[in-house]
Design a protein around this ligand. Structure first.
Ligand SMILES: C[S@@+](CC[C@H](N)C(=O)[O-])C[C@H]1O[C@@H](n2cnc3c(N)ncnc32)[C@H](O)[C@@H]1O
Length: 234
């Protein structure tokens, strides 16, 4: 059984500013994750375990900012009986998901949709968004779409701390000739994000991030405080 619903969104990131369209090294890592040639991400395993304990059989799940869609393997390995969909605004990554994941898993290509979170307009039981909003100009608008589109729960992992820190810096790890492209590496105030999620009718729980033990991790030489929040509809 496949594709019970359509994911409604549109929009693609402009390669002029989109780091994921200009980063061969990361693209190849994502390809290896699709092929299960790279180690499973600790946070992907944790996401699957958190949702395995809560989602009922047949519930839908949207992986928002899915890249190559490789989180699917973490759900499948743990026999989490959800219907997985992926959304991403980078065309090269949706192509990667369709080329690598669909033949290997039997998922229909329509399970991977090109579109921006900001334009999402269809409902899912569960929405997962890991390591995405930190790289957005701000969390509120995309997170609002996720909250409005979630019937049961939203699970996020982003850099969250005491205060708002906006960083918009050139990335020396991008492809040669593209290193002028600036990327957001923001940290958002955790209390504010919790209140924001609660204001849409959710009970919000903090879950310790297993990879970092709620510490600080340097990503492209920038400190990130990865924190996991689970929002469940009242
Ligand atoms: C750092 S990668 C994380 C990928 C995956 N979630 C993971 O944890 O490995 C961020 C991904 O989110 C996508 N993305 C970022 N902002 C987005 C947006 N506003 N709408 C849709 N996709 C977005 C990017 O194209 C990229 O694939």
């Amino acid at each position: 059984m496949d594709q019970r619903m359509d994911v409604v969104s549109y929009g693609r990131a402009n390669p002029l500013w989109n780091p994921w369209a200009n980063d061969r090294r990361t693209f190849e890592l994502y390809r290896r994750r699709c092929r299960r040639e790279a180690e499973e991400m600790t946070c992907a395993a944790q996401a699957a375990e958190i949702l395995a304990a809560r989602a009922r059989s047949g519930e839908t799940l949207l992986d928002a900012g899915c890249a190559g869609g490789y989180y699917y393997w973490s759900f499948r390995q743990r026999h989490v009986p959800i219907e997985y969909h992926g959304l991403d605004y980078t065309p090269e990554l949706i192509d990667l998901a369709r080329t690598e994941m669909c033949p290997a898993t039997g998922l229909a290509p329509e399970r991977f949709v090109l579109g921006a979170i900001e334009n999402l307009d269809s409902e899912f039981d569960n929405i997962l968004c890991f390591n995405v909003l930190t790289n957005s100009p701000h969390y509120a608008l995309p997170l609002e779409r996720l909250l409005c589109c979630a019937r049961r729960r939203v699970l996020i992992r982003e850099s969250l701390g005491e205060d708002l820190i906006v960083r918009y810096t050139a990335d020396p790890y991008l492809d040669e000739g593209k290193r002028h492209i600036r990327v957001y590496h923001n940290t958002y105030p955790i209390d504010e994000v919790v209140s924001f999620m609660a204001s849409y009718g959710f009970v919000v729980t903090r879950i310790r991030d297993e990879r970092t033990a709620d510490g600080t991790e340097f990503v492209v030489d920038i400190p990130h405080q990865w924190r996991i929040l689970l929002a469940e509809r009242k």
